[in-house]
Design a binder for this molecule. Structure first.
Ligand SMILES: Cc1ncc(COP(=O)(O)O)c(C=O)c1O
Length: 438
């Protein structure tokens, strides 16, 4: 059991972390149960972020723990290249049920980044298979986050993530983001203003010609850039324009999938269907790494008309890993058996009111909520972008709550098994942090 500090912390090059600052002031977690982590000093830390948006059913769900333990003893690994194992097929069928058969097929990956790059490759190969190989352009959106592979980075729109890694993919364009503090501040659910920003796709289409465009990818709700909720009617408009020009629409549901908006997927919440959907995180309740690309049947079938042979030259050693499949099957059981979505739905109004009760506290310039997500935007310290929110993050952890920050925005996304008392604790402590923030 790991319960004490490591002897040395120098060799682990930590991801998306200020390594020098962290190693000077480490925050170490040693166990987790339900809504709480325990840190290395034995303090309870309320999980306000479901880890990294990835633990919808709460920590250490007995059924998931048992399923993974059992599978590791039975089948620790099995290839899925020209081979298979039953759980991978069972899971695919169960996932189709979970989407209410809005999709017909699923391709397994190991992460959200891989799911995104896989979806982009499927989009390109789909057009090629149909004799439209000129459709090579990919359209993302400013402030979009689609992971860290070169495909996802190229369609992503977060400057600091991109700037050290060029050249990125050629032939990529970006829609404008939809964040509009002047008109939409302190919104609950979809903000009123901005549906017309989807029409920017018409401009991009006119510029490049539709015969050159393969796909548009957006997060239905942008998470990592600080909770940007789509304006009313925006996603439907995007869908219409893509359909009009034969462009595939990809929803990146790595964050919004598996209950975050109180529905199985954002597809259900917004009643807009993309052609491909990327997922990860909640797919296995975060227990074993896994991602998945959901595909409409017509895309899959376009590959099956080719002469006999491997239809899609793509895959990962660990696509459909037995432990990940076991974790995901158990996660779907837990969703159903424990009424996880019902709990999220019932608590959503209480959650929303609690978040908006922070309005008026020092530095708070916007609050936005949807499902069990909240973005709390703070005024930045001039010349030190992100410093104020990061100070809040550190203080919050010291006070026993885990929050997440991006720039000067606090993003909250608790496990969906939370209760009113957890909401009270989270916002009681966060209010104190904000009141005392420089
Ligand atoms: C929308 C979205 N896409 C892709 C990713 C990348 O997922 P991963 O970190 O599993 O590669 C993330 C991660 O937060 C995400 O939020």
């Amino acid at each position: 059991m790991y319960e004490s500090r490591p002897e040395s912390m120098s060799s682990f090059w930590m991801p998306f972390t200020n390594n020098r600052d962290f190693k000077a002031h480490p925050r170490l977690l040693v166990s987790a149960q339900g809504m709480y982590y325990k840190d290395v000093d034995g303090n309870a830390v309320l999980d306000g972020t479901a880890g990294l948006w990835c633990v919808p059913c709460g920590h250490a769900q007995p059924k998931i723990v048992a399923a993974v333990s059992e599978m590791v003893g039975q089948l620790d690994f099995a290839p899925t290249f020209q081979m298979g194992h039953p759980a991978a097929f069972d899971l695919a069928e169960r996932l189709m049920d979970y989407t209410n058969h809005k999709f017909g097929h699923v391709f397994y990956t190991n992460s959200g980044s891989e799911a995104v790059d896989t979806a982009l490759k499927i989009a390109l190969a789909y057009h090629k298979a149909r004799g439209e190989g000129g459709r090579t352009r990919l359209i993302g959106r400013e402030r979009g986050y689609h992971g860290v592979g070169f495909g996802g980075l190229s369609v992503g729109g977060i400057g600091p993530n991109r700037k050290a890694f060029g050249p990125l993919l050629p032939g990529v364009d970006h829609l404008p983001h939809t964040h509009n503090l002047a008109q939409n501040a302190f919104s609950r659910g979809e903000p009123e203003h901005g549906a017309e920003l989807a029409d920017e796709l018409e401009r991009i289409v006119a510029l490049h010609d539709p015969s050159t465009i393969a796909a548009v990818i957006v997060e239905p709700v942008s998470g990592s850039t600080g909770v940007l909720v789509p304006p009313k009617g925006y996603l439907k408009r995007l869908r219409e324009i893509c359909t009009k020009y034969g462009i595939l629409l990809i929803f990146d549901e790595v964050i919004t999938g598996f209950g975050r908006l109180t529905t199985p997927f954002a597809v259900d919440y917004f009643d807009v269907e993309p052609d491909l959907m990327t997922t990860a995180k909640g797919l296995t309740n975060g227990v074993v790494p896994m991602g998945a690309v959901f595909s409409k049947t017509f895309i899959h079938d376009a590959f099956m008309d080719a002469p006999a042979g491997i239809e899609l030259a793509h895959g990962y050693t660990y696509s459909g890993h037995p432990l990940a499949c076991a974790a995901s099957l158990a996660t779907l059981d837990v969703f159903a058996e424990q009424g996880i979505l019902d709990n999220a739905k019932n608590l959503q109004p209480y959650w929303e009111d609690a978040v908006h009760s922070l309005r008026g506290l020092p530095h708070v310039i916007d609050i936005r909520t949807i499902g069990l997500v909240a973005g709390i935007e703070l005024a930045g310290i001039p010349g030190k972008p992100g410093a104020r929110a990061f100070a809040a993050f550190k203080q919050a952890f010291a006070d026993g709550i885990l929050i997440r920050t991006t720039g000067d925005i606090i993003a909250l996304s608790p496990p969906l098994v939370l209760e009113k008392k957890h909401i009270d604790e989270l916002f009681g402590k966060l209010a104190t942090v904000l009141k005392n923030l420089d």
